[in-house]
Design a binder for this molecule. Structure first.
Ligand code: NAD
Ligand code: WQD
Length: 355
């Protein structure tokens, strides 16, 4: 398939490009580079030994810019990563988050349908479950109250896309709810490159280990978890990238949901739309720190800090649906995650160079 990858220069997008090409697909990237560096795309092309990844420096809110891309390419599907994702910033700048993430997606989807491309995989998030009603979280778990505007953009966009599919069965919408992506491509050439002080645990750990930050603050050790620190479902970004390739099969006319109690197998069944993408294992903050130190032999000083507003104690999924219907499951364990995160950081202490 030929795939439009919005946000393809970013962390998850760049890794997904590699898996797409290695599975025989081609891709065109649209990114406004607001949170990424075009060097990532150059390195993706190097890893793939191809001259370049077709790239448009276009904002998804720019209808004319998107029209030009669609005039020059025919797409079978879109994998839609483009969006702002910093939880804390979204509390400070809610308008910017709603306008970018929701406004951008509405424009993108409109241009897609004008050009007859009605297959989309959307980057959703475990954040839509709020404080989850059940652990491990299945896709049947009700959506919850998000604690920040970023989370609401994901929750609202899920609804927007499902309503569009309902009104026009020509659409195929796949919502992938990612848990906590970490790690990097094993080459160490691409990885997560946060601007400023990292919000997320793994880039904070790697920046402490490389000497850029003094110590990790562990946000709370009085949660109702085995060691008192927050438990999450960390997933290697290469596994996450492969989930997108697996999800493309939903757009094939031959795709069938394997028979299950809730969903008997029938020909031409409309694909189920929502998948949890995690490992199904929960690790605490201290599990991650200890694994990082054990595997990499690096030092990660830490101290216990107060809880972070909006955090929940435990969040991990049951990924059985993705396995049963897409044949996808995570293959990398915690040691791979901490090794590859460190390999990227160590080789690129300042992230990507200026283009
Ligand atoms: P990222 O910031 O590295 O990538 C997002 C990309 O989108 C960036 O390259 C950015 O420049 C681009 N972008 C933002 N707004 C744009 C716009 N208006 N037009 C064009 N390009 C735009 O983030 P990521 O970690 O790779 O996340 C990818 C997607 O997955 C996002 O939608 C994010 O919300 C979602 N997600 C991420 C996580 C996570 O923890 N990383 C978890 C769940 C869901
Ligand atoms: C993980 C654990 C922290 C940093 C966020 C978003 C979510 C999704 C993934 C996009 C928690 C603890 C963290 C630190 C710490 N993103 N921690 N010290 O909060 O599970 O999810 O990213 O959709 O929407 O909310 O991930 O990596 O920030 O935190 O102790 O410096 O690490 O308290 O228990 P989170 P995280």
């Amino acid at each position: 398939m030929n795939i439009l990858v919005t946000g393809g220069a970013g962390f998850i997008g760049s890794h997904t490009l590699i898996e797409l090409y290695q599975a025989g697909h081609t891709a065109v990237v649209v990114d406004n580079l607001s949170n990424s560096n075009p060097v990532a795309l150059k390195r993706v092309a190097e890893i793939l030994s191809i001259p370049a990844i077709p790239f448009y420096h276009v904002d998804i809110r720019d209808r004319e810019g998107l029209e030009k891309v669609f005039a020059e390419h025919k797409f079978d599907a879109c994998i839609h990563f483009a969006g702002l994702k910093a939880v804390g910033e979204s509390v400070e700048k809610p308008w910017e988050y709603y306008e970018n993430n929701i406004g951008g997606t509405l424009t993108l989807v409109d241009v897609m349908r004008m050009h007859g491309c009605k297959n989309i995989i959307f980057s959703s998030s475990a954040t839509v479950y709020g404080d989850p009603a059940e652990i491990p979280i299945t896709e049947n778990c009700p959506k919850g109250q998000c604690t920040n505007p970023y989370g609401w953009t994901k929750s609202m966009l899920e609804q927007v896309l499902m309503d569009i599919q309902k009104a026009d069965p020509g659409w195929n919408v796949v919502l992938l709810r990612y848990f906590n992506p970490v790690g990097a491509h094993p080459s160490g050439r691409i990885g997560e490159n946060p601007n400023g002080i990292p919000n997320n645990l793994m880039p904070y750990i790697t920046q402490v280990a490389v000497g850029k930050r003094k110590e990790l603050g562990v946000f709370g050790n009085d949660y109702d978890t085995p060691d008192g620190t927050g438990v999450r479902d960390y997933i290697h970004v290469v596994d996450l990238a492969k989930a997108h390739v697996a999800a493309l099969q939903c757009f094939s006319s031959k795709f069938q949901v394997p028979s299950s109690k809730s969903q008997p197998s029938t020909l031409n069944l409309k694909p189920s739309t929502i998948y949890n993408i995690g490992t199904g294992h929960g690790y605490s903050v201290l599990d991650m720190v200890k694994a990082f130190v054990r595997v990499n032999g690096a030092d990660v000083p830490y101290s216990i800090k107060p809880r972070r507003a909006g955090d929940i104690a435990t969040c991990y999924c049951n990924p059985a649906k993705a396995k049963a219907e897409l044949g996808w499951e995570a293959k990398h364990g915690i040691d791979d995650m901490v090794r590859d995160s460190w390999n990227w950081q160590r080789n690129n202490p300042e992230g990507y160079p200026e283009p």
